[in-house]
Design a protein around this ligand. Sequence first.
Ligand code: A2P
Length: 270
Amino acid sequence: MPALTDTFTLSNGVEIPKIGFGTWQIPDGPETYDSVRAALDTGYRHIDTARAYGNEASVGRAVRDSGIPRDEIFITTKCPAEVKDAEGARHAFERSSELLDLGHVDLYLIHAPWPWSDQGSDHRAGNIEVWKVFEELYDAGRTRSIGVSNFQVADLESLLGATTVVPHANQIRWFVGNTQPETTAFCRERDILVEGYSPLATGRLLDNEDIAAIAEKYGKSVAQVSIRYLLQHDVLPLPKSTTPSRIAANADVDFELSADDMAALDALRS
Ligand code: A2P
């Protein structure tokens, strides 16, 4: 399926497969292992995990057991949102590397600008400190690219003003009805790839009748239209499923939504 092997190119020239397999909320152990194996068997070559998901060891084992050459697979992981100092960031990266056991990381992200327990709190200085460690890891080749997640314009501005490497990606919550226009436009202007997590709104879009009416015209499912919608906005979708048939269906998105249907989807509010 071409959508699995087509790539976006990050601002540093690194290629990233256009659809990533999301592993948020998949428990460590057989569930993560089997889902990642199913995704790799289907042809996914981009797996997204995080220290906070607790499933890096199973992701790493699935990738190693797949027998697919390491350089054909793109692995993203994330530094916990609670880590806002240099020593913590170094430690977090080493721990993720150890658990994944895949050599380098392909993309390393700051999971959020603030700890989950204190969303919106000001950690500008801490994020800059963490980012400087990310720059060191990047310069040392430990990770091929670096980025952020859940950053809005003000968070990005403070980082850009005080650091050298512009983030290569920003992973944000992005789906039909929740397209974060200001952050998306800001990223686009600075060549920061936008990655969309929860492209199905963690399943909430699946019974949306407006999307279903569009999907019917193409003989596609609501999930496929919702994922395709991100691609046509140049946003990298990270669908998550533990069901092999859905894992495959979510990558079967080589069709084109018309400009009218894109506009209709743009107008939907969730
Ligand atoms: P499951 O893992 O049981 O397949 P998101 O990608 O927005 O986080 O959404 C993930 C949710 O959507 C999960 O609950 C997943 O369930 C479900 N899901 C993923 N793909 C499909 C699909 N093609 N059809 C129906 N449900 C899906």
